[in-house]
Design a protein around this ligand. Structure first.
Ligand code: NCC
Length: 276
C-alpha cells in the first residue's frame, strides 16, 4: 500500500468519513421513547460554523506548556473524556465548546459522569466502539459498553445541555483510511477519541489546531496532564491504532515541524477548505 500525497489523503478523509450524530429518524432510535431523549436540534445547528478550532489532547506533555491563552483564543475548543480545565487553565485553557467522551467512561464511571460538574459545560458527544462496519441495528443490540441507560439518565438530569451520540459508521470509515495508508496491518480496533475528535472538528471548522497529539519536546510517559499515572501506551497506543493515527496526522500537517517540537501543535484545514 503506497502512501497517498497529503492532498489526496485530505480528499479521502473529506469524501469518505461521514461525521453524523444519531437522529430520531435512525433505525432503532425512531421510537417515541428515544424521541424524548435525543436532542431535537441537529448537531450542526447547535455547533454553528466556528472558524478557528482547537483540539486539546489529554497527554501528560500538556503540563507546563503554557498554551492556555493560545487555546482559548480559538472560536471552539474540543476536549476529551474527564480532562479538566479547573486548576490547569495556564496549560490547557478554560474554554470547552465540545467534550467527546467514550462509552466506557459513561458506563463504568457512570456515577462520576452523572455527578461531576466538568461534564456540564459545552456540547457533549459520546461514542462507542462498534463491530466492523456494522449497521446501527446490529451495534444497538451489542454495543461495546451499554451506555444507553446512562445516557438517558444524564439527559433527564440535564435536558438543556446538547448531548449527541456519534453515529458509529464514522469510526470504521476512518479506520479503513488509516489501514490503507499504513505499511503494516493495524489492529482492528476503532481510532482513539483523539483521532475521532480531530475529524469531527475538521468537519465543523475552517481550520483546526491540534495540541499535543503529536508529542512536543515535553513528551513524557506520564499518561495525562491531570494524573500521576505513567504508561507509554497512552502516547503510543495499545488498543487504539494511535501510532498510525499520529503518522497520518503528521502527513497532513500544514504547520511547521518547529511548532510540533515547541508546542506540540499541528494545523489542519477544515474540510470546507479542502478542494479536490
Ligand atoms: O486517555 P484518553 O483516551 O482519555 O485521552 C484522550 C485522547 O488524548 C490523546 N492522548 C492521550 C494521552 C496521551 N499520553 N497521548 C495522547 O495522544 C489520545 O488521542 C486519546 O484518545 C480514549 O481514546 O477514549 C481514551 O480513553 C481512556 C479512558 O477510557 C478515558 O480517559 C476515561 O477514563 C482510555 N484509557 C483506559 O481505558 C485506561 C484510553 O486508552 C483511550
Amino acid at each position: 500500500a503506497a502512501k497517498l500525497s497529503p492532498e489526496k489523503l485530505l480528499c479521502q478523509l473529506r469524501d469518505r468519513v461521514n461525521v453524523t450524530m444519531i437522529q430520531g429518524s435512525d433505525g432503532p432510535f425512531d421510537t417515541s421513547e428515544w424521541q424524548q431523549y435525543l436532542p431535537w436540534k441537529s448537531f450542526n445547528e447547535t455547533a454553528g460554523r466556528p472558524g478557528r478550532c482547537a483540539v486539546v489532547s489529554s497527554a501528560g506533555s500538556m503540563k507546563s506548556s503554557h498554551l492556555g491563552q493560545e487555546i482559548d483564543s480559538h472560536d471552539a475548543v474540543l476536549r476529551f473524556n474527564g480532562a479538566p480545565t479547573e486548576g490547569f487553565q495556564e496549560d490547557v485553557g478554560q474554554k470547552t465548546t465540545i467534550r467527546l467522551v467514550n462509552s466506557q467512561l459513561v458506563t463504568v464511571e457512570e456515577q462520576q459522569f452523572l455527578r461531576e460538574a466538568l461534564y456540564n459545560t459545552g456540547i457533549l458527544i459520546v461514542w462507542d466502539p462498534a463491530p466492523y462496519h456494522a449497521e446501527i441495528h446490529e451495534w444497538y443490540r451489542k454495543p461495546d459498553y451499554n451506555f444507553f441507560e446512562s445516557y438517558k439518565s444524564y439527559r433527564g438530569a440535564h435536558p438543556e445541555q446538547p448531548f449527541y451520540i456519534l453515529n458509529p459508521k464514522m469510526q470504521w470509515q476512518l479506520w479503513d483510511i488509516l489501514q490503507e495508508n499504513s505499511m503494516e496491518h493495524i489492529q482492528p480496533n476503532p481510532p482513539s477519541s483523539g483521532m475521532l475528535g480531530i475529524v469531527i472538528m475538521m468537519t465543523l471548522c475552517d481550520e483546526v489546531d491540534v495540541y499535543e497529539f503529536l508529542p512536543s519536546k515535553r513528551q513524557t510517559d506520564i499518561c495525562h496532564y491531570y494524573q500521576k499515572f505513567h504508561d507509554r501506551a497512552c502516547t503510543m497506543g495499545a488498543y487504539h491504532p494511535l501510532l498510525f493515527e499520529k503518522n497520518l496526522v503528521k502527513h497532513i500537517n500544514q504547520g511547521t515541524d518547529e511548532d510540533i517540537y515547541t508546542h506540540g501543535k499541528v494545523t489542519l484545514p477544515g474540510f470546507r477548505n479542502v478542494h479536490c
